[in-house]
Design a protein around this ligand. Structure first.
Ligand SMILES: [Zn+2]
Length: 232
């Protein structure tokens, strides 16, 4: 017949496995939250897109400014070469005005070109940010699938452990199970400690020789230091 302490030790093993399953389950639940890297990748794409849109608006504004300036110059040149202006001073003034408008046009064209280059750079940045986000999403989906599969397996495993635990505890007296439960609560989840080389597996203390011998016998004996049941 199996020693009582061995039955309790078997119960302890099941409970320790159940505790480990619960801890892993909680860790999985925690890990299933959307990762920070994914949020950052999305934020980077949003920022790059906003910058692109700003430069696209700016490019349109600057190109319009160039077109307006060109229209102004055409208008002035039409007057200048239309032959309607007879006054020499007026003609010189108009000529100077056209030259000034052309100098301004040069600056406006430079600014428009700068905006075109900025748009191109922003487009590359958006493409890069999108690729990064997609890679992050793919990695996260894979991780998520693995975690969900592990969680599923954990639920099945825990159910099996609980069934075995139930049939095992049914063989023990309710008083003993109650004592075991109370010890587990006080002992940080560990009610039964194995004795290895004369040392209590619960608290690590060296046990007196008499206690070690008792722990190998049929009567229940507790560790004089941590009060856990000893299985020798
Ligand atoms: Zn101990």
């Amino acid at each position: 017949m199996t020693r009582l302490i061995e039955q309790l030790a078997a119960l302890q093993t099941l409970d320790s496995q159940l505790d480990a399953d619960r801890r892993r389950y909680a860790a999985i639940q925690e890990a299933l939250h959307e990762p920070e890297s994914l949020r950052q990748a999305q934020a980077a794409l949003d920022e790059a897109t906003a910058r692109l849109e700003r430069w696209q608006r700016e490019r349109r504004r600057r190109e319009t400014a160039v077109a307006d300036q060109q229209a102004r110059i055409r208008d002035q040149e039409k007057q200048l070469y239309g032959g309607r202006i007879k006054d020499m001073r007026e003609q010189v003034a108009l000529q100077q005005n056209v030259e000034m408008l052309k100098r301004q046009l040069g600056r406006l064209e430079e600014e428009a070109l700068e905006a075109i280059l900025e748009v191109e750079q922003a487009e590359r940045d958006v493409a890069q940010a999108r690729a990064h986000l997609e890679a992050e999403q793919a990695a996260w989906q894979q991780t998520q699938a693995q975690l969900l599969a592990e969680r599923e397996a954990l639920i099945v495993h825990a159910r099996q452990l609980k069934n075995r635990r139930q049939s095992l505890s049914a063989q023990l007296s309710p008083d003993l199970v109650q004592r075991y439960e109370a010890l587990r609560q006080k002992g940080d989840g560990l009610a039964v400690a194995r004795v290895h080389h004369g040392v209590c597996g619960g608290c690590g203390a060296s046990l007196p020789t008499a206690v070690q011998q008792q722990a190998r016998g049929d009567t229940l004996v507790t560790c004089p230091f941590c009060r856990r049941l000893l299985c020798g």
